[in-house]
Ligand binder design. Structure first.
Ligand SMILES: *Cc1c(COP(=O)(O)O)cnc(C)c1O
Length: 414
């Protein structure tokens, strides 16, 4: 591997042309980083100018088993040669294989397939409301979510999440939704009532800054939902599919939710999502109440089935825990040495390093300087550097990524 130094202020070569086209042609909602990736193998990415990068971002916690994973590639190409799409007027074997894997691995009895995390959450929220409607409990439609949460960018999901920035300027938000501070048991107890359809949470908040919820809080939330007859929905779009060292993060809180959503890592980069539910709540979306044209298509499900099997293998989960230790040890040492980070936290391979006060909201600068050094990182809020590599990243590649990241962090401290 050559260790590239990219001048992030001035994109060059073929990358510069593609970035200029993006600037001209795309509706300007995104600000792409100043390189243009071309291909990936495992946890390495090469840009169109031939430079290499260690991938600590995995497409925002998506490419769970690495780029061009041979097992997944074979599942994709085999299915691609057979049948891509049917719509839900048919069912198909790959979708049933995936549904069986997901229900066998979890508390859930039934699955609804969709294409993205936002859609999986949309289905979960609709399921909760519609379940009580079917019971004749028509006043029970309130959804309670946590401050700092992120549930997607559809209108229902931004309405349920608590980030006011994502709602501003888009007209009236959907009603019947309230927000409470995370890890405040009394606040949750006071908010839940006989009108509450569901309490919604990410067991570890991802976009909100890589913040695991406290175990006693999650257990209390389960009890409060039970006491009030409300559903507990876990948004595991980011934390699921082996990311935290177990198939799903809820296992580490010693409770089970009633509904769980999965996306991101589920397809390893192919768009697919799932809403998992236990009975009787799964009946909340009865015949013809909800749907999706692409949801559960054989191509996506064949890929996800292979990804899920690879990502939840004991050796993959063991690697997640070993690499967690490797990364957090290095980041903690770097924090002690440079003072750039005030806290390193997270679960498995969803790790956040919070900027110290003297470097407040400068996570993006670290991201750009790290890219300069040849390592791709993520941010989670302006104040947290987020590391979420493939679950299969090996120790040597991980060490090289940390070496490159360390140069960028030390440069900020100098
Ligand atoms: C990314 C994310 C979503 C949204 O998923 P999309 O596939 O972008 O719609 C929802 N919830 C959580 C926790 C996420 O991290």
């Amino acid at each position: 591997m050559n260790n590239p130094v990219v001048n992030v202020a001035e994109p060059s070569g073929a990358s510069a042309e593609v970035l200029a086209a993006a600037d001209e042609l795309l509706i300007p909602t995104y600000s792409p980083l100043p390189i243009v990736p071309d291909r990936g193998v495992g946890s390495l990415i090469y840009d169109i100018d031939g430079r290499d990068y260690i991938d600590f971002g995995a497409g925002i916690a998506v490419t769970a088993v690495g780029h061009s994973n041979p097992v997944v590639l074979e599942a994709l190409t085999d299915q691609a040669a057979k049948l891509w799409h049917l719509s839900n007027i048919f069912t198909n074997e790959p979708a049933m294989r995936l549904a069986r894997q997901l229900t066998d691995a979890t508390f859930a009895d039934r699955v609804f397939f969709a294409n993205s995390g936002g859609e999986a959450n949309e289905a979960a929220f609709k399921l909760a409301r519609h379940y009580f409607y079917d019971q004749g409990d028509t006043d029970r439609y309130e959804l309670i979510s946590l401050e700092g949460s992120f549930h997607g960018r559809t209108w229902f999901t931004v309405s349920v999440a608590a980030n006011p920035k994502y709602k501003e300027g888009f007209g009236p938000a959907i009603g019947g939704i309230s927000h409470v501070a995370p890890n405040d048991i009394d606040a949750l107890r006071a908010a839940v009532s006989s009108k509450t359809a569901a309490v919604v949470m990410e067991p570890i908040q991802g976009e909100g800054g890589v913040r695991p919820l406290h175990v006693d809080y999650v257990q209390a939330a389960r009890q409060i939902c039970d006491d009030n007859g409300a559903l507990l929905i876990f948004d595991e779009v980011q934390s699921g599919v082996g990311r935290t060292g177990t198939a799903f993060a809820y296992e580490q809180f010693d409770i089970t939710p009633d509904v769980l959503t999965s996306a991101k890592g589920l397809g390893g980069g192919f768009p697919v999502a799932a809403t998992l539910a236990r009975e009787p709540y799964a009946q909340g979306l009865g015949k013809a109440t909800h749907g999706s044209t692409y949801g559960g298509n054989p191509l996506a499900c064949a890929v996800a089935s292979a990804v899920f099997a690879e990502a939840t293998k004991p050796e993959t989960l063991a690697n997640v825990n070993e690499r967690h230790t490797q990364i957090t040890d290095t980041l903690n040492a770097l924090a002690a040495d440079t003072g750039v980070f005030s806290e390193v936290r997270g679960m498995g391979l969803l790790i956040g390093a919070e900027m110290a006060d003297a470097y407040r909201d400068r996570a993006k600068e670290i991201q750009l300087a790290a890219l300069d050094q040849g390592v791709i990182t993520l941010i989670a809020s302006p104040n947290v550097v987020r590391i979420a590599p493939a679950l299969t990243i090996d120790a040597d590649v991980c060490a090289e990524g940390l070496r490159r990241l360390s140069i960028a962090v030390r440069a900020m401290a100098d």
